[in-house]
Ligand binder design. Structure first.
Ligand SMILES: CC(C)(COP(=O)(O)OP(=O)(O)OC[C@H]1O[C@@H](n2cnc3c(N)ncnc32)[C@H](O)[C@@H]1OP(=O)(O)O)[C@@H](O)C(=O)NCCC(=O)NCCS
Length: 161
């Protein structure tokens, strides 16, 4: 396992850049290591093909995280936010999410939305810390080991009233 800590606070060695087709196998590997029901290689390729905002976090030439954002009709949707386990709790997820939100705001989106499993406390704490608020529940939205799991729907206004 790679040692994580040296880049933490200022994160100088971490770069966030647009995802390329050639990154997809590495992205899918991080994805598989992070989720019980990971996106496939094909889903990431589709995200690139349809022009979603796709970013990777790179550390010393290796992909250690990814974020995907779709935008349309004034709304941004955070579709995926993932950091490899060894590099969590170091500020990388917050940095990646901040970048996606900045992109959405810069593109004139009025709100950002996302779905999250109510059991995913790490992600929920990040989202609440970033100003997201829960606005709804999607029943049975996620696959789960024993059937389906609800999704909490969170919203962040991107323009002040
Ligand atoms: C959610 C995820 C992206 C967060 O990435 P990260 O790089 O660890 O997050 P950060 O280090 O930037 O943490 C930012 C904030 O999130 C919260 N947080 C992150 N990890 C946490 C944990 N294990 N427990 C509690 N809070 C946590 C904290 O509020 C933290 O702020 P703080 O450091 O000031 O306390 C990461 O845990 C992950 O990839 N999880 C697996 C994939 C996933 O579930 N994605 C979200 C799908 S909706």
């Amino acid at each position: 396992m790679a040692s994580a800590p040296e880049f933490v606070s200022a994160t100088p060695a971490v770069a966030i850049r647009p995802m390329r087709e050639a990154d997809v196998p590495a992205v899918a590997e991080v994805e598989r290591s992070a989720y019980a029901f990971p996106w496939s290689v094909g889903i990431f390729r589709d995200c690139l093909r349809v022009g979603y905002v796709c970013r990777v976090v790179e550390l010393e030439g290796r992909v250690i995280g990814h974020g995907i954002l779709s935008m349309g009709a004034g709304e941004a949707h955070i579709l995926n936010l993932c950091v490899q386990a060894e590099y969590r709790c170091l500020g990388v997820g917050r940095r990646l999410l901040t970048l996606l939100i900045d992109i959405a705001r810069g593109a004139g989106m009025t709100d950002a939305f996302l779905e999250v499993r109510p059991t995913n406390t790490a992600a929920i704490r990040l989202y609440l810390a970033m100003g997201f608020e829960q606005v709804g529940v999607r029943r049975g939205y996620y696959q789960a080991v024993n059937g389906r799991e609800d999704a909490a729907v969170l919203r962040l206004p991107l323009v002040s009233d």
